[in-house]
Write a protein of this length. Structure first.
Length: 153
């Protein structure tokens, strides 16, 4: 039973990190702020709480750099810098940082190990909020990965 629970957490984490790596691989090396394999450092316990902030920030800035570098080949006269601004200054950054902050807050609250019932409710609320932000971030990341992949087709 414990093995199944472990798999229930490890498999989505690996798929998520794989999505981050694939997104970075679609970005030209000159526009990347980190090497794609570096995202796997998020699997190191405790270190991942800090490292994920760097990963989210660097992926968002790399996506922005890539979109900004696209040649102005639009038929409608929309420049790549306008396109980058349309998608946000740093795509995926806001929700990604929210996810990272909630993840860190979850571990801080869990570390306190208070027995009051309100702490249990707070932990549950933070956990649910973190999970929701993580899913939204992953969806946004997948959308940008698709846009980056379509640019090269």
């Amino acid at each position: 039973m414990q093995f199944l629970l472990l798999l229930a957490f490890v498999i989505p984490a690996v798929l998520f990190i794989l999505a981050q790596q694939k997104t970075l691989e679609l970005i030209q090396p000159a526009n990347r702020l980190m090497n794609p394999p570096m995202v796997w450092l998020q699997l190191i316990p405790l270190f991942n709480i800090i490292w994920q902030f760097f990963v989210v920030s660097r992926i968002a800035h790399s996506i922005k750099n890539e979109i900004s570098s696209w040649d102005d080949d639009s038929v409608f006269g929309i420049s790549s810098s306008e396109l980058a601004n349309q998608f946000g200054k740093r795509p995926t950054f806001g929700i990604g940082i929210a996810y990272c902050c909630l993840f860190a807050l979850y571990f801080i609250i869990a570390f306190l190990r208070r027995t009051e019932i309100y702490m249990a409710y707070l932990l549950l609320i933070v956990c649910l909020a973190c999970f929701i932000c993580w899913i939204i971030y992953w969806i946004q990341l997948a959308r940008y990965k698709r846009k980056l992949a379509n640019k090269f087709l």
